[in-house]
Design a protein. Structure first.
Length: 145
């Protein structure tokens, strides 16, 4: 009797799954976005007089206006890492302002010698304007002076 029940369950399962038509999966076309543009920041940390382990990325933020950037009202802020160099954002067409920051954590006067204001825990900022064009990718290297 137990074998008959198992056999019936197997037959019912086969009938249930065999009635489903095979629908091919069509991958979504995410490569074409008709509303936004793409900006890719190359956030290189400069290494001059400070060891590489002493300089860290602390900020990459985007605002619609320079005034909003100054006030700290950002549209997007990246979660920056020392191990990540490329940051990508999808934005509506138009002009934007960004800021990128690095901090020096070396001891002694090493940070001062490399131009970090205030020495240890001093920060350098890069600020610039970008223009996003619909459907295009903008590559923007970040330069600290």
């Amino acid at each position: 009797m137990r074998h008959l029940i198992q056999y019936c369950l197997i037959v019912m399962a086969e009938l249930t799954f065999s009635c489903q038509p095979d629908i091919p999966e069509i991958p979504p076309d995410n490569t074409k976005d008709t509303l936004t543009g793409l900006v890719e920041f190359d956030f290189q940390v400069p290494h001059r007089n400070v060891p590489a382990s002493g300089v860290h990325r602390i900020d990459l933020s985007i605002s619609k206006t320079a005034y909003d950037l100054y006030r700290g009202q950002f549209l997007i802020t990246a979660n920056t890492y020392d191990s990540k160099q490329i940051y990508t954002f999808r934005l509506l067409p138009g002009d934007y302002y960004y800021q990128a920051g690095i901090i020096c954590t070396c001891l002694g006067d090493t940070c001062l010698w490399d131009g970090f204001p205030g020495g240890r825990l001093g920060t350098k900022w890069a600020v610039d304007r970008i223009t996003i064009v619909k459907g295009e990718k903008l590559s923007k290297p970040i330069q600290f002076n």
